[in-house]
Structures are given as C-alpha cells and as structure tokens.
Design a protein. Structure first.
Length: 679
C-alpha cells in the first residue's frame, strides 16, 4: 500500500529504505503479510518538502512501483530519467526492491508548473505506465499523441523503460478546460498483455479528444469521467470517450478483462448517467457510486449501474476476479446503503467504508427431459442442472427478468399451460406450477416483468393466440383472445416500457406483429406486406433503443432478414444473407442484436446487427466451429451465449463469445431443443 503521513512515529521496519520522516509530509510504502497481521516492510519515501504516494503497482518479482507527487527538492532519486524538481510540485515514480530496503530506480517527472501522478501500472517486462495531471507547458513528452498542453491542466500518460532512465512515450491528453476548480487529469491506469494502456479520469473540457467513442459529447455538467485506450506506442488513441450525464461525474478506478473490456468506477451526481443491465438503474442520493463496463471496442456499454443509498457515495477502486466479478471499494454516508451478507450491517456514523462484490447473472436455458417430460434448467458456467419437475409435452419457454429470476412455461399433454419461477436470490424453484389455463396447443411463450409478474401467450388448435397475466400471490386471470390465425407458435418479448410485443407468421408467409399494453389491452395485428415471405418461426428481441427487432428466414433461399419495429410501424427489411437450416434466434446487448442460426451441416453461425434504422449488419457470419441441432442465443453484459444439444439426442453445450465452447454433457436427456435467456 502507499499513501502519505505527517507522523514522525509512523511504523517502519528494520532495514527499511527510509526510517525517518524527511519533511512535513512524506509518502510511505508498506507491505503486509498474507494474514494482514504483520508488516513485511514499511518505509517512508520523501524529502524535506511535502510528498504523497498516490498509486502503487507490483510486478511478478515483488518489486513495488510507487507514483505520487512531491514538493521536495531533495526527493530520493536513483538512476533517474529526471534528476531534479522541474517546478514547485512534480510527479515522481519510484521502484522499490522486494524487501523494501532499497530503490531500484526513482525519478522526478514534471515541468515548471504543477504535476502529480495519481496511478501507475506495470507490464510483464517491467515498463511502468503513469497517469496524472499537469499544468506545465514544458512537461516532458516523447513520441506524443498530443505534444502540447491544450488548457490550464491536462491529463498525461507516460511510459517508462524498465530501468526508469528513459521514456518509451509521454503525452499530454486533454482539451481546453482544466482548472483548479475543474480538474482534467488521469486518475487510474491499466495495461493489457499487448501493451495497450487504458486511462480513466475526469475532464471539464468540451473538446476532450474522442475517438470511436461511446459518448462523443460531454454530458452537460461541469465535469465528466473519461476513458481512453492508447496503442502500445502511445501515439494513437484506439478509443476515447466521455462517460457522464448532466451533473458531475468522476472516475477513480479501472480494471480490464482478458478480452479488453474496461470497467470504470467512480461517483456521479447525474440523474441521467448512462446505465445498461443495471443492478441499480436509478440514482438514489446526492452522489451515487457507479460501475460501468464498456465493450472492447469502447463504443458501447456492456453494463453500467449506479450504486448507493439515499445520501452520498463515492467509489474509489475496482478490481476483477477470475470469474468476472467486480469488487468495488469506497465510502458512504447513507444509512440505507445496499448490503448483502454484511460483516457490518449498518453505518456506524458519518462516512463508512464499504466493499461490494457485483457480478453478472449468467444466462440460463431450459429443455424438456426424456423420458419424464420434466422442465430442466442449465446455467452457463455450472455443470449441474436444476429440475422444475412437472410433466409437459411442449418445448418449454423461458424469460429472465432484470433481477435475474427465470420464468418458464409449458403445456401438458391435456392442453393445460403452466408457469414456474426460479428465484435467483434463493436459487430455488417456487416448488409448484401455477395454472394459466387449458384448451391450448403447441408451445406457449412467456415474458417476465422485473416486479415478478409475467405474461404468457399460447395458441389454440386453430392457431389463434391468447394471452394471460400472472401476478405473484394471486396467480392468473382468464385468457384474453388475440385472434390472428397464424401458422407458427407465438414469439413474444417485453419492452422497457412494459409493452408486450408479439410476432408470428401466417399461412401465406406474411410476418405479423401485435402489441399488448398493460392497462390498455391488445392494440391489434399489423401485417408487413412489404416483408420477404417467411418460412418457420420469426425471432424477436428488444434493443437498448426500445425498439423491437425481428428476424426471419426467407421462404426463398432460407436467407436471414432483419427489420426494426417501433410500435406498430415496420422499418425496412435488411438482407443478412446466409443459408440457414434452422429458424433464427435473437438476443440484444451493448447496442447490438446478435442472430444465431445453424446451416445444413448443423454448424452454428452468428452475425451482429447494430441497432438503428439503417443497415446494421456487421459484415459477415461468424462460424463458431461447433455443431448443434439448433442454436438458442442469450446475451448479457456485452457478451452473447449459445445453448443447444449436439444432434437429436446428443450432449448439451454452451458457448460464450470471446471464450468458446463448454461441454455440459447429459447425453440423451434433452427431448426438446433448448431455449435460452436473457434475450
């Protein structure tokens, strides 16, 4: 750990680099043992002025790299790139040996203005990456992305050689803003295995450099967070984006996945901070913490959430574990801060520290078992199965709501439709199935609400559709007739505004849509006579833009087509190509609609479609180098997942984008195809 101290009796260890306070305030570096109950080493680090340690990183050999700021003219340096203070306040970077007894190298970094380093990262070769803020017009630059200070204070990004004596690159990063009251600085940095540097911070500039941005314009408040990715040479931005709303937004922590998805943590006063797949979609207090993960391309959110209670919170650090869970740390004034399995369940007064573990809820898929007709659920990443029991003869349908609860529906041999619910918090089924009604045929569909309510749509023997509404603790009411005279089973999805979209295909191959509005009722059917004639069952999902997206397999050529449906207005059908054996399936995440099909050899293919009114197809179908009888797709957190079985009675498999295939097994157990969620 690192920080700063005024104490002349700060605990140091025998043999430490510096055992006495050098000035009014010194930086320190300390290492605790694994149990946390003893110091391995502890040392002051400073000169006769004020010195602060602001960031620390450790390499594989156990060397500690400390970054901070110093007002000292005699700060300890060794094998320095810059041997003297360039102005009143300079940044510094120091490398300590594994025992904390000596400097490996140590250097000033700064110009004639005020310079401070806030964060440091180190790569596998021992190169150190530093970010912070500078008001200097002569800050040392080398092969820079931006050679000059664009405003009062700019962020900077500097990469040192492994011996600390030279710059690999050093650059300003900023716009025309940046003042004492409205900083522009880097506050967090990480580096990936390819040498790309990810920098998070804050900016008050309306012209901060943006490239391939998720958010290219400042959110409207006095301060926005930013996230920038620099290439290994430091001479180009791979992406750079604002991240904020109409209030003030500060970023203080960053973590990067193996796939290159950067997670940023901080705090915000914005009521319109961008959220996606949020654990907490609305701001609760004056300031709330936030956690946001961008796609590897940086141009879309995978997931983003507020985090806090009714007073104020700040998140200062984030780390990710091998399972992809995010761990955040910060402080809170709230007495109703969200807690779960707490060591300390209540705020003891004033500011309390907090640690929170947040994770994605993994996709689930269901199938009908052989020979008993039970409904079985498989969860990505789990080798086990969960049996909802019951006896159905249809393929089960699935819908997972935003709190992670999974709803399934199926039809019995007697034509009765039932609903069951898997509670994510309890990790258990309800225990009994709830009857929706009888006299139905085929495969029903379900759409779940965040409140725990659900809508079930089923067809009768004449292919007319019916809808019923489930309320927890009450059950279902009566079936409401929707009509339609279709040739396919129903496909339904719930939009963010609560509207239930439905699509089907009639005997002539025409695609037809309808909407059910809770509180108002069914609004009627709307055929799209301009659509290509379809075969099989249309697919449906809801994009982050609130529109419905529909994919079909064409009657001629078995090609895939996509159209955007806003309300009852059909957009243009866009040709996606391919020659599909199976009907398409859709799932949405991160501004993309992912389409999954199999070809005549059962090979699984996926293609992405960017949300919007134009041609969103992203170029080509990607083979996943695996075979399934039918591919069902789910998506969450910017990633898509495929579930299915190999052949008619083969084993079960999962696939995750960026990861690959996972064998689940259970050969011969699945009597139906799998249905995955969330969509």
């Amino acid at each position: 750990m690192t920080g700063w101290t005024y104490s002349p009796n700060f605990p140091t260890t025998s043999g430490a680099l510096q055992r006495r306070l050098g000035g009014g305030r010194d930086a320190f570096a300390a290492k605790l043992n694994a149990a946390g109950n003893a110091l391995v080493y502890s040392t002051y680090l400073g000169g006769s002025g004020h010195d602060s340690g602001n960031g620390i990183a450790i390499d594989s050999a156990g060397n500690a790299y400390v970054a901070g700021d110093t007002y000292s003219g005699n700060f300890p340096v060794l094998y320095a790139f810059q041997g003297s203070n360039g102005g009143g306040q300079d940044a510094f970077v120091s490398k300590l040996n594994p025992s904390g007894s000596a400097l490996v190298w140590s250097t000033y970094l700064g110009g004639s203005g005020g310079d401070l380093s806030n964060a440091i990262a180190v790569d596998a070769s021992g190169n150190a990456y530093v970010t912070g803020g500078t008001t200097s017009t002569n800050f040392p630059v080398f092969q820079p992305l931006q050679s000059g200070n664009a405003g009062g204070q700019d962020a900077f990004v500097t990469k040192f050689s492994s011996d600390g004596r030279a710059l690999a690159y050093s650059t300003y990063l900023g716009g025309s803003g940046g003042t004492v009251a409205a900083n522009e600085m880097g506050t967090a940095i990480q580096v990936d295995t390819s040498g790309n540097a990810y920098v998070a911070g804050m900016t008050s500039s309306p012209n901060f450099p943006t490239v391939n941005a998720f958010q290219s314009v400042r959110g409207g408040g006095g301060m926005d967070a930013f996230l920038s990715k620099l290439n290994p040479a430091g001479g180009a931005l791979l992406y750079s984006t604002y991240l904020g709303g109409a209030g003030v937004d500060y970023a203080y922590g960053i973590a990067v996945t193996s796939s290159g998805a950067a997670t940023v943590a901080g705090y915000t006063s914005s009521s319109n901070f961008p959220v996606s797949g949020a654990a907490q979609p609305l701001k609760s207090g004056v300031y709330d913490g936030f956690l946001a993960r961008l796609t590897p391309a940086g141009n879309a959110l995978e997931t983003a959430t507020y985090w806090g209670g009714s007073d104020s919170e700040a998140v200062y650090a984030v780390a990710m574990d091998s399972a992809g869970n995010s761990w955040i740390a910060g402080q809170t004034l709230s007495t109703n801060f969200p807690v779960k399995n707490p060591v300390q369940p209540a705020n003891a007064g004033g500011y309390s520290a907090f640690v929170t573990k947040l994770g994605d809820t993994m996709p689930t898929a269901v199938f009908r078992s052989s020979p008993y007709g039970n409904t079985i659920m498989t969860t990505y990443g789990s080798a086990g199965l969960s049996n909802a029991l019951g006896t159905i003869s249809s393929a089960p349908a699935i819908s997972r709501n935003s709190v992670g609860d999974t709803f399934v529906t199926g039809r019995t041999p007697a034509g009765c439709v039932y609903l069951n619910h898997f509670n994510f918090e309890a990790q258990a089924w309800d225990g009994s199935w709830t009857l929706a009604g009888c006299s139905m045929s085929g495969d029903p569909a379900v759409a779940a609400e965040p409140s725990g309510e659900a809508y079930v749509v089923a067809r009768d023997a004449s292919y007319y559709y019916w809808i019923n509404h489930y309320v927890p603790g009450v059950g279902f009411g009566a079936w409401t007739a929707l009509g339609g005279n279709f040739a396919t089973e129903p496909t339904i999805a719930r939009a963010a505004d609560g509207v239930i979209y439905m699509v089907g295909r009639n005997d002539a191959g025409v695609v037809v849509s309808g909407r059910y509005v809770p509180g108002s009722g069914f609004l009627g059917w709307f055929p799209d006579l301009a659509a290509p004639l379809a075969t099989g069952k249309p697919a449906l999902t809801i994009g982050s833009d609130g529109a419905a997206y529909v994919a079909i397999r064409s009657l001629t050529g078995n090609n895939i087509w996509m159209a955007r449906l806003q309300g009852d207005v059909w957009g243009t059908w866009i040709y996606g190509g391919g020659t599909a054996k199976t009907d398409p399936d859709l799932a949405a995440t991160g501004g993309m609609i992912y389409t999954a099909v199999t070809n005549i050899w059962d090979t699984v293919y996926v293609q992405a479609f960017r949300e919007g009114t134009g041609n969103g197809w992203q170029g080509f179908w990607q083979s996943l180098n695996g075979m399934l009888a039918k591919a069902s797709i789910a998506a969450t957190g910017g990633r898509y997942f495929i579930a299915g079985k190999y052949g008619a009675a083969g084993p079960l498999y999962w696939y995750q984008s960026g990861v690959g295939w996972t064998y689940v097994g259970y050969t011969g157990l699945a009597a139906s195809e799998l249905s995955a969620s969330p969509k």
